[in-house]
Ligand binder design. Structure first.
Ligand SMILES: Cc1ncc(C[n+]2csc(CCOP(=O)(O)OP(=O)(O)O)c2C)c(N)n1
Ligand code: SF4
Length: 484
């Protein structure tokens, strides 16, 4: 027989991982199971002729770099979230073959809920679950699959069931659900086990290509580095210890009993987005009326303040996030593209808070505001922290009743508004944020006062507070207009 050993075509020929890295080799430690499993997947993908539609979702863990090896579609997901990402890929591209590749930290710790629900929904994907009984990437901490008595950096005296619970048997957990079609546990500890693993991976991928449903293959795999043993001893340890706790074998194969369920293609079309998310189309209702008045293009706004990137910052409890929300909400009602990205500490009161707001007549690429056109600072630390980010020619509004220093830079415009004091005079300190909103509207012309007033109901839920907020907006605007 003519046996040829060749790299599967579904691997890249050269691994462009980083400058100077070995372009032939992989980043895994000697004796690591990941490389073996990668090869089995790549061979199956090649043999099933599904390379052009396979999408490998790599996790966080040692296999985070899988995308440097598989010449397929690749997405690197957040820790534990591969099944969710896979769900999105599969539902929007039903013809794709989705492989959710996950370690035991990724799948059975931080991602427990993700995997259970994806399996329970019967998402049509193949999960390759690499159980090496430890967190390899982060230096050998205990995983949910760590064996009783096993020493790890976080269980230096060995895992105790009284303290850390018993090892989680993932294949059995998934087998307890109705929807999955195929669940098998295999091992890499010997040749027989590897042959079985190779077949299981093939079967799972074949079932997906036949639209049969959700499959999970759990592979008992070695981590000589994390376990502190040689590769040979690692295999022995899997055989003697791991397989006693995680019995290998088929748990379920229902493929013959179920009908193929081809998914309807649901291509992502931008125009459908509002319908899918059940939100009003821009250009309808209030937004339409505003657009008809010419608000959509922002031509009426002075060039300096057009399509602003705004940062609002101060202490928690000052209504910082609410002011940002008000600006974004008003912009949205007027038919602009908007984003609002809050950032706050864990404290309910007294911690720092800021939000990034964008109001734009163009599509917004990112809600993050790094360079700022309009900074609104409600306390001294916020002014100090965010003033350097204001672009030359930008504007800073600051609450001069709380900040006893003015901005340092001379290439920006500074607008002092004693917002807290003015709100106090109106009878409610908490209205300082809306005093500032009035000041911003008056100074920049981004919205008219009438527009701000008209859309208060969109984000102020307690209607009885609207009159106070109207007075606050008016007061801030008057202050800017008349300087008092
Ligand atoms: C949200 C988040 N929490 C924690 C981490 C740290 N972290 C990186 S990998 C990892 C666990 C990896 O273990 P496993 O999934 O078993 O994969 P292995 O490295 O063993 O292949 C953790 C906890 C992270 N990157 N992100
Ligand atoms: S630390 Fe363990 S899982 Fe990670 S590459 Fe090394 S042997 Fe493999």
């Amino acid at each position: 027989m003519d046996v040829k050993f060749a790299k599967p075509k579904s691997f890249y020929e050269i691994y462009e991982r980083k400058p100077g890295a070995n372009k032939e080799g992989i980043h895994y430690c000697p004796g690591c199971g990941h490389g073996i499993i990668h090869k089995m997947i790549a061979e199956a993908v090649q043999d099933l002729e599904i390379q052009d539609r396979t999408v490998v979702i790599s996790p966080v863990g040692c296999s985070v770099f899988a995308y440097y090896y598989f010449d397929t579609g690749n997405i690197q997901s957040a820790h534990g979230r591969a099944p969710a990402v896979g769900t999105g890929v599969k539902r929007t591209h039903p013809d794709s073959i989705v492989i959710s590749y996950q370690g035991d930290g990724d799948l059975a710790a931080i991602g427990t809920a993700e995997i259970v629900h994806a399996a329970n929904r019967g998402e049509q994907m193949t999960v390759i679950f690499v159980n090496n009984a430890i967190y390899g990437m982060t230096g050998g901490q205990m995983a949910p699959t760590t064996l009783e008595g096993q020493r790890t950096t976080t269980t230096p005296y060995g895992r105790k069931k009284e303290n850390e619970g018993q090892p989680v048997r993932v294949a059995e957990l998934i087998d307890a659900l109705e929807a999955p079609v195929y669940v098998e546990r295999t091992t890499l500890s010997d040749v027989k086990g590897r042959t079985r693993t190779r077949k299981a991976i093939r079967k799972a991928l074949k079932y997906q290509s036949e639209n049969r449903g959700f499959s999970l293959v759990e592979v008992l795999s070695s981590c000589p580095t994390g376990w502190g043993v040689t590769p040979v001893d690692a295999n022995q340890w899997i055989r003697e210890k791991m397989e006693a706790v995680f019995p290998v074998g088929l748990l379920r194969d229902r493929a013959a009993d179920i009908e193929a369920r081809p998914l309807e293609p649901r291509p992502f079309v931008r125009e459908n987005l509002h319908q899918l998310l059940e939100i009003p189309e821009p250009g309808t209702g209030d937004a339409q009326a505003a657009a008809a008045q010419g608000a959509g293009e922002m031509q009426h706004v002075d060039e300096r303040y057009r399509n602003p990137r705004i940062k609002v910052a101060g202490f928690g409890g000052q209504g910082i996030l609410f002011l940002g929300l008000g600006i974004a909400s008003t912009g949205m009602e007027l038919g602009y593209q908007v984003s609002w990205l809050p950032s706050y500490g864990p404290e309910m009161r007294g911690g720092t808070a800021n939000c990034s707001v964008r109001v734009s007549s163009d599509l917004i690429g990112s809600p993050i505001v790094a360079e700022t056109d309009i900074l609104v600072a409600f306390n001294k630390p916020s002014l100090a922290k965010f003033e350097p980010d204001v672009r030359a020619g930008g504007v800073v509004f600051y609450d001069s009743s709380l900040i006893d220093a003015s901005p340092q830079r001379d290439d920006i415009e500074a607008v002092s508004v004693p917002a807290t004091q003015l709100a106090d005079e109106l009878g409610n300190t908490k209205a300082a944020n809306m005093v500032m909103f009035g000041a911003i509207a008056e100074k920049t012309g981004l919205f008219s006062l009438e527009e701000v007033r008209q859309h208060l109901g969109g984000y102020i839920k307690k209607k009885k507070l609207i009159p106070l907020n109207e007075r606050a907006i008016e007061r801030g605007a008057t202050y800017v207009r008349e300087g008092a």
